[in-house]
Design a protein around this ligand. Structure first.
Ligand code: NAI
Length: 445
């Protein structure tokens, strides 16, 4: 145990478990248990999981293994109040078998006007259950998340058509894999009525991704991840970062483009760039700044710069890109929000205002963009190990790292993996949402 861990163990913080991250090989769990809170197992959930080639044992088959590395819970069939008791009993029996770095995933139907009060109440109850479970298993490096399926059906039984099992399958895969190592306590809704299909994208063409703020930190990790996934990446950053940006992009066979995203001509310049590349398939608005001061002492330029770069530039650039049809059908926009935009932070009224604005923006743009076959989502990182967080004074930094269910800071790759998941064609049923990559921070909802 190093000195810092020793010190914090005296304060009651357990030494964190090393998180298992994606290496290209260690993809999915090998001993998963699939259980239903009722006797009935949804055929669609089973099919979505079968597609993944995960070795799954059904509860009814009896479990030979002494331990499991994933627990998938079908909570989609609410019948009556006995479901609460069954949830407790079934999960309690299985939870003891979980290894370190295990995955728990609940799948249920989203609340809707079409469901009755009892069904909607149960769905909301499951959210509290999932988040609490995530806080309990986090000290073992394990996560718990939930996928809600909104399909507009009257019945609360999940009935997907063949094309709708793809987004469920893809989301299950993400949450079961080490790619979601720092994502916990998250509730993701899949809207199976989104009519977009993967067919809209020509799979023979190399996809093009635009990443702003790509010279360092999280932006650099996003650019690298997308290049690994086969995208041609165009990285944008400001003039003072030009050398670093060029070096980063050269290593990825990408393209460097210096630009201040808050400048008046930014949208037009990026639209011209998109035109040269036959449109963007993924736009990641990552560029961001902090200019911290309590509101009473905050100079006006701190306020203006932060709002302009973190929020208004995103809205303006998207407006111009969309008016030029510069984002291809089947494409995605992902914006960087922040946990502090959800929970608030003293000294960051400007930053939290801009990052909370992003959450409202993606949520209200989703319906309009679905008509253009484009998704828009946000990712809200918590404490991520970057040069930005290295600057934080020792004690505040160490507390920031540990104040989440996993007891440690995340890595830029954790944010990048989540963005790559949202940008993937198979995620077409996910739009208007914000996923936190924060290890389930203690603060915020
Ligand atoms: P960083 O400061 O290391 O990188 C940000 C990049 O954006 C830099 O390369 C910078 O030059 C560029 N940039 C700044 N203003 C720009 C402008 N006007 N035009 C073009 N590029 C510009 O920051 P980090 O940590 O990598 O953060 C990336 C994003 O993630 C930001 O939006 C940040 O708010 C968000 N975030 C980061 C967290 C963390 O723990 N590091 C936590 C929550 C959110």
């Amino acid at each position: 145990m190093n000195f810092t861990n020793k010190l914090f163990s005296l304060l009651g913080f357990a030494e964190p478990v090393t998180l298992k991250r994606f290496t290209g090989k260690n993809e999915l769990p090998t001993r998963a248990l699939l259980l239903s809170i009722n006797e009935h197992l949804s055929r669609d959930i089973e099919q979505a999981i079968t597609k993944l080639n995960v070795k799954v044992t059904k509860q009814s088959e009896g479990l030979a293994a002494k331990s499991i590395d994933a627990l998938i819970i079908d909570a989609s069939h609410y019948t009556d109040e006995c479901c609460y008791q069954k949830l407790y009993l079934n999960v309690q029996n299985s939870i003891k078998l979980l290894t370190n770095n295990a995955r728990i995933l609940l799948i249920a139907t989203a609340c809707s006007e079409k469901q009755n009060v009892e069904e909607n109440t149960f769905t909301q109850a499951l959210i509290g259950f999932t988040k609490s479970l995530a806080k309990e298993v986090g000290r073992k490096g394990s996560t718990a998340n939930m996928v809600l399926i909104a399909n507009g059906n009257k019945s609360n039984n999940i009935e997907l058509n063949a094309s709708s099992t793809a987004p469920l399958s893809s989301s299950v895969k993400f949450f079961l894999s080490p790619k979601s190592a720092f994502v916990s306590g998250q509730i993701l809704t899949i809207n199976t009525q989104n009519k977009m299909t993967t067919m809209l994208t020509d799979s023979t063409r190399q996809k093009v991704a635009l990443v702003t703020g790509a010279a360092q930190g999280i932006g650099e990790a996003i650019a690298k991840k997308l290049a690994d996934d086969g995208y041609k990446v165009i990285g944008v950053d400001i003039e003072p970062m030009k050398e670093k940006l060029i070096a980063t992009m050269a290593a990825l066979q990408g393209e460097a483009f210096t630009l201040d995203v808050s400048s008046k001509e930014a949208g037009q310049q990026l639209a011209a760039l998109a035109n040269k590349h036959n449109g963007f398939d993924l736009v990641v608005h990552n560029a961001g700044i902090t200019r911290d001061k309590t509101l009473a002492k905050m100079p006006v330029h701190f306020w203006q710069q932060t709002i302009a770069i973190n929020l208004l530039s995103v809205i303006t650039i998207n407006k111009v890109l969309l008016s030029h049809n510069a984002i291809n059908k089947g494409g995605s926009i992902v914006c960087l929000s922040s946990m502090n935009g959800i929970a608030g932070q003293g000294g960051q009224t400007n930053y939290a205002c801009s990052k909370a604005g992003i959450i409202g923006y993606v949520n209200s743009m989703a319906d309009e963009l679905i008509t253009k076959s484009i998704t828009i989502n946000a990712v809200a990182p918590g404490f991520i190990e970057t040069t930005m967080t290295e600057q934080i004074p020792f004690f505040t930094r160490e507390m920031g790292r540990r104040m989440n269910a996993l007891g440690q800071g995340g890595l830029p790759i954790d944010v990048a993996e989540t963005i790559a998941f949202l940008g993937n064609n198979a995620s077409y049923a996910i739009s208007g949402q914000t996923i936190r990559v924060c290890g389930l921070n203690i603060i915020g909802t």
